[in-house]
Each structure stands twice: as structure tokens, then as C-alpha cells.
Ligand binder design. Structure first.
Ligand SMILES: Cc1cc2nc3c(=O)[nH]c(=O)nc-3n(C[C@H](O)[C@H](O)[C@H](O)COP(=O)(O)OP(=O)(O)OC[C@H]3O[C@@H](n4cnc5c(N)ncnc54)[C@H](O)[C@@H]3O)c2cc1C
Length: 371
């Protein structure tokens, strides 16, 4: 059995959050389509000369998936710019990251144009270019109509008004219950309290300074059952990648670790290949491994749609989880940790869009398309 149920979008963890309350989301097709409708209403008001405030980012002190929200903020800015309505727009990024460019992976140093740049500078320069303000170290705690309440790491409580808000909720596991053969409930043995599944990770609580690359799982097998696995967002990470932070009031405000598309796909493939081997040989060997501290990830952050005027930021990191023992200088292999922004990135994103849909439909030779 492979549990690959992804995240439960836990809107309930933040009062007033979500498409059926006061904010939009882009975490499902329906949400994204609804958000686009809300945006059209804002654009219509701006065309009548009305100023609009856009708030985009994370909607919970421990939310993840900053990359998707970051991408969305750039696309909103691009669409406003395309309509020449910039003078009527105020776009604000709000996030639980300690600094911009953390992306839930503790930030990164990237090779760019011959220089080594922290993702903080990379992200800040993109936001400057797109005229987006930012609030970081912010834990959104409650939403009212047009008002987001949040606490910052310095312990202060603030509000931010908005006409449109797209805030990513916290993620939980799918909420499955587990029973053994005697029909006794064993949910707490198989899952961590937020419903994500325990696998072959090192879950002993550790302080940040003691985190190790080897804490991260590589086969994704349940420690209790040899025939149960969890792939993608469904598995419980051993700890965050970003340094845990607490506000002066004791509220934890930091991103939880992302498991983006590429690692989720690679993990799914490795789990499947090990099961195939098990069926064929009758023995459990787990020859195929995919620890996030040993594999890389590529991500193309769309920053505007259009064959001639589109843009996207292409980022690769290797490995995903920094390994300061193996790469003491930069935490990652700097030859494979790169970032560039430009039109070619948009073409790549568009190409991948069709390629992955082709693969998802299992059309001829689908298996040759990598994750
Ligand atoms: C707007 C947005 C943009 C993103 N952009 C990027 C990007 O550019 N690059 C990137 O690498 N990643 C990106 N991501 C992240 C990426 O989409 C996820 O990391 C990836 O989809 C996780 O894969 P998964 O298989 O774990 O979960 P999912 O893709 O969420 O799949 C889980 C599946 O399980 C199903 N399911 C849930 N519960 C049950 C149940 N009880 N029974 C049966 N089925 C169930 C769900 O319906 C779903 O189909 C983005 C995410 C968002 C929201």
C-alpha cells in the first residue's frame, strides 16, 4: 500500500481562512479558478480608478509551499502591469519565512551570472522589480473580511487590510485511521499527530544544531509494516529545513518543509520500483533510494505568461536538504544549485506543462519523461 494522498488543506487551522471564507487559494484547480474570478473583479474596479490592495503569501504560522505563493504574487503583478494598472495596485507579500527566499528549505546559496548569491537577495531583487512589498517572520492567525491579523517574531501583533488575498493554508495529512488485525486502533503508531505518515526517518526530537542529512528517509517504508509506504507530501518529515523560530509570545513562526513536485515524483517512482523488485524476487532489498538530502530538485517559478513577454525564474538545488557536513561552505553542491530568470524559463515551464500532462495520461513512451 502506498499512501500518496498529498496534503489536507487545513484551512480550519486559521480562523476566517479559505475560499469559502475571506481569502482565496490556488491549491486546487477549483481554488485557482475562483481566485482568478476574484482577481477579475479587482481589475474591473481598478479600471474604474479604484485602488486595490493585494495580499499574497502564507496563511498560517507553520505553513509551507512558499514557492507556489511566490510564483502567484509575480503572476498577479505581471497581469496588473499588462493592464497598465500598476499605479492603482499595492501588492504585499506576507510570509512565515525569517527572510525572503527561505522557501521552507532554509534558503540557499545559488550560482547566478558567475556570482554566488543568497536566495534572499535573489527573491528581494525580483520583488523590487515587480514592485511587491514584503512582510516576513509573520504568523497569520485570523482573517476577517478584508483584514489579516498576524504576529511577528518580535512579538508584536499587526493587521493588514486587503481587497484580495491569496494565502496558503497549513497542510496536514489526509486524516486516515489505522487498525490492526484485532481491530485495535493504531493510528498514533503509523502517523504523527498532524496525520502525516511515519516512514524510515529519524524522528527523535533534536535541536537545530544537531540536525543531520541522515535524519531524512530514503525508502519511505513504514517502520511497522513492510508493505506500507508513504510518498510525496504524505510522509512525515523528521524536522523542518528552516531554522525553527519562536516569537516573544512563544508562537512558533517558521515554514514547515516543502516536498515539491519533483521530489514527490522521484519518491513515488523509487517506492514503486522497490515494490516491483519485491514482487519479482520475493525479498525486500530496497535497492532504490531517494533521500531528500541526496537528491536535487528543480523548480520553475512562473513570473508572467506569454510566448514573447513571459518570464520565469528557474532554480535548482542539490541536495534539497542542506548537508553542512558534506558541503561545509554553502550547505549544497554549488555547481548544481543555480538560479536564473528570463523568457527562456517561461518556455521551459510551458513545455513541462504539456510534458507532464502527457505523462499523467500514460500516453506512448510516457515512462521516458523524467519527474
Ligand atoms: C499552486 C501550486 C504550484 C506549485 N508549483 C510547483 C512547481 O512549480 N514545482 C514543483 O516542484 N512543485 C510545485 N507545487 C507543489 C506540488 O504540486 C506538490 O509538491 C506535489 O503535487 C505533491 O505531490 P503528492 O503526490 O504528494 O500530492 P498531490 O499532488 O496533492 O496528490 C495527492 C492525491 O491524493 C488524492 N487523495 C487525497 N486524499 C485521498 C484519499 N483519502 N483517498 C484517495 N485519494 C486521495 C488527492 O485527490 C490527490 O490527487 C505547487 C503546488 C501548488 C499548490
Amino acid at each position: 500500500m502506498i499512501n500518496a494522498t498529498g496534503p489536507k488543506l487545513n484551512f480550519g487551522a486559521t480562523e476566517g481562512l479559505g475560499p469559502d471564507k475571506f481569502t482565496d487559494s490556488v491549491c486546487t484547480f477549483q481554488h485557482a479558478s475562483h481566485a482568478w474570478e476574484s482577481l477579475q473583479k479587482c481589475f474591473a474596479k481598478m479600471e474604474q480608478g479604484e485602488k486595490q490592495r493585494f495580499l499574497i503569501g502564507t496563511g498560517h504560522p507553520l505553513a509551507t509551499c512558499q514557492g507556489a505563493a511566490f510564483e502567484y504574487s509575480l503572476n498577479v503583478a505581471f497581469e496588473i502591469n499588462k493592464r497598465k494598472l500598476n499605479h492603482l495596485a499595492e501588492i504585499t507579500w506576507i510570509s512565515n519565512e525569517y527572510e525572503l527566499g527561505d522557501f521552507g528549505m532554509g534558503g540557499a546559496y545559488i550560482k547566478r551570472g558567475g556570482y554566488i548569491t543568497p536566495t534572499k537577495i535573489f527573491a528581494e531583487s525580483i520583488f523590487k522589480e515587480y514592485n511587491i512589498k514584503w512582510i516576513v517572520g509573520a504568523g497569520v492567525s485570523k482573517i476577517e473580511k478584508g483584514i489579516a491579523h498576524y504576529e511577528t517574531l518580535d512579538g508584536e501583533y499587526h493587521t493588514q487590510e486587503f481587497d484580495f488575498a491569496m494565502l496558503i493554508p497549513s497542510f496536514a495529512g489526509a486524516g486516515m485511521k489505522a487498525y490492526n488485525k484485532k481491530d485495535e486502533e493504531i493510528t498514533a503508531d503509523l502517523f504523527v499527530p498532524n496525520g502525516m505518515m511515519k516512514v524510515d526517518a529519524e524522528y527523535t526530537p533534536k535541536v537545530y544544531e544537531e540536525w543531520k542529512a541522515s535524519d531524512w528517509p530514503s525508502t519511505y517504508k513504514s517502520p511497522l509494516y513492510d508493505n506500507i509506504y508513504a510518498a510525496g507530501i504524505a510522509f512525515a518529515p523528521p524536522h523542518p529545513m528552516s531554522k525553527p523560530m519562536k516569537s516573544k509570545n512563544g508562537t512558533q513562526i517558521n515554514p514547515t518543509p516543502p516536498r515539491t513536485g519533483m521530489p514527490s515524483g522521484v519518491i513515488g517512482r523509487v517506492v514503486a520500483m522497490n515494490i516491483v523488485d519485491k514482487i519479482k524476487s520475493g525479498t525486500i532489498e530496497h535497492k532504490h533510494k531517494a533521500s531528500m538530502s541526496k537528491i536535487g530538485a528543480a523548480c520553475i517559478v512562473s513570473a508572467g505568461y506569454g510566448i514573447r513577454h513571459g518570464q520565469a525564474a528557474v532554480m535548482t538545488v542539490f541536495p534539497i536538504v542542506p548537508d553542512w557536513e558534506k558541503y561545509p561552505k554553502w550547505g549544497r553542491d554549488i555547481s548544481y544549485t543555480v538560479g536564473e530568470i528570463g523568457l527562456a524559463g517561461h518556455w521551459m515551464k510551458l513545455f513541462m506543462h504539456y510534458m507532464f500532462l502527457y505523462k499523467a495520461k500514460a500516453n506512448p513512451l510516457w515512462w521516458m519523461i523524467p519527474e
